[in-house]
Design a protein around this ligand. Sequence first.
Ligand code: XIL
Length: 302
Amino acid sequence: AGTLGAAAAEKGRYFGAAVAANHLGEAAYATTLDTEFNSATPENEMKWDAVESTRNSFTFGAADQIVGHAQGKGMKVRGHTLVWHSQLPGWVSGLGASDLRAAMNNHITQVMLHYKGKIHSWDVVNEAFQDGGSGARRSSPFQDKLGNGFIEEAFRTARAADPAAKLCYNDYNTDGANAKSNAVYAMVKDFKARGVPIDCVGFQSHFNSASPVPGDYRANLQRFADLGVDVQITELDIEGSGSSQAASYTTVVNACLDVSRCTGITVWGVTDKYSWRSGGTPLLFDGNYAKKPAYTAVLTAL
Ligand code: XIL
């Protein structure tokens, strides 16, 4: 197949990109997205500060724009993200425990009901674990006020709101086996053992020279899949250029293809022009929307 989406579809997978609503009016951006990708993740538009900046007053305009665009082009949509310590409005952090619990469950429910039937997978909880060797939970209003049980509660609330959506836990620096991914692994294993609803684990996969694709990337995806969840590569970008960047992309695509429960790959942006890594060139299309060696490597590997 001649496009990333079509080639991935032949392997029973999706190939997506993070999308920003404010670039959809740029012809080259929209054309590249529409031609090459068959899944879209709103880059910021579904985050708490974007959809509920004031308590119980929901603003879905920008996210709806992306969902409408994607559906019009036959793309799937990933939902990102419901419960996260970042891009969280100040009013949430100011709540006491019982109010915070109610606000979290209301947020999950209202957002998921608005998009019911339109989202294939939701990042229900994002980045709840600390970096480093402790394997501990990250401090956040949710963790600090509700305790470890907030993740389980979020997943149970999400299942009730949209039973057809796949519910994912998503994080970074969990791409290889390490203390952080071991802690996530233990949580997923416990959830599966106790019947807490979880369907998938997202591996953000933001790579650079200090944090390259781990040698055990495939094995790490496989050990999670062996717990009985799907795995998805959710925010892939790899700093660099030329053939070394291309080779890293090949490694990532091959790892996903080697794991039957790896259901799709999303790159964190369409073009280097708008990458969140300002000044970097981590994506598949350059700033002029030309295909990079990394693009060819991905298409070849698929
Ligand atoms: C980033 C966006 O790309 C930026 O535009 C925004 O300013 C900050 O967030 N992990 C995540 C994503 O889960 O939501 C983040 O996206 C990148 C890191």
